[in-house]
Design a protein around this ligand. Sequence first.
Ligand code: PLP
Length: 387
Amino acid sequence: MSLIGDWKERTLFRRYHRYHVPNEGRRPDQPPIQWPNSLAALLERMDTIDLRSDTVTRPTERMREAARGAAVGDDVYGEDPTVNELERRAAEAVGTEAALYVPSGTMGNQIAVRVHTERGDEVVLDRESHVYRWELGGPSQLSGVQPRPVDAGERCVPTPEQVREAHVPESLHRPGTGLLALENTHNYRGGVAVPRERVAAAAEAARALDVPVPLDGARLFNAAVALDVPASELAAPVDSVLFCLSKGLGAPVGSVLAGPEEFVEEARRVRKLFGGGMRQAGLIAAPGLKALDSVDRLAEDHENAALLADALDDVDGVQAPQPDTNIVVVDTSERDLTAEGFVEACEERGVLAGAFDEHTTRFCTHRDVSRSDVEDAIERIRAVLAE
Ligand SMILES: Cc1ncc(COP(=O)(O)O)c(C=O)c1O
């Protein structure tokens, strides 16, 4: 059985990620992918505009300097002053008692599932959520829980009715619902900034059933900037919150899982269990502190994404709805142009994007692409669509 799913999904996954591992899947008897096809060569082309993800940013000079000068200690002993400072600042930013530095968003999400649930519980989540769709079935593999996906549609989080309908009480025959997992911004549904009220309504319905609610806020600060509210307000209705330093905020490594003291204490144990206890991690946490200083500039990425969507939506047979944040989802089904074909044609013109689904392609703006880069990308993508 495959880890990812059927062949189609696997192909899309490869397409989406293949630049990270250009020789992935190569048999020993096959020659390695050579210039000009490999990503390395593409990225060496000075004019390549990389819109695959906001994870592709390189650390700034300030981040590199911060890493160089970071005070460090053994973080598993709780003795790394830079990590401690990052955790303090992160908790403050999202309005929680405590926070934990973790190597990745995926690990943070999986720790949250493990801490909040008991083995065998059901987990209610949106069928397009990252934790369900893109984390290798982690909840089942790592926490022994059973996902119960619902279709949250354009709302991105289940309605209170959906929460109540999906809930199963524990009995001799039923496992019982142990978690409602939410996401904001919602990646796969197009970087949607979910308003606080919607999150609060779902969380209240869950709380009435005694079900805890973690929030995957990998891009929580994008949501906060787009909705013009503090991140702490968006995190207030839930029981724990994850956010990534290594996406729009531009740090090279790391995410933060935050919540009440007691939750974070247990999360620290589970991080160790999952192999995420790090030692002199101040070296990578120091750039994270710089990243936390740069929240306001996310507005620039959102403006660039809006510009891109506007320009592409103008093209006949192409749908690119106005995004809330930095993710532009382009639908080329009317033209019968597959996402794979579109991504390949864009790549030939030096614009990198990700195939999301059969006819949807994701373009993601970030700190390393300027407005003029985006204008340039628009010209090139329009040329592809004019062919
Ligand atoms: C919504 C969401 N959650 C979690 C993650 C996982 O983060 P990481 O790549 O750091 O594991 C991602 C990554 O793209 C994401 O988009």
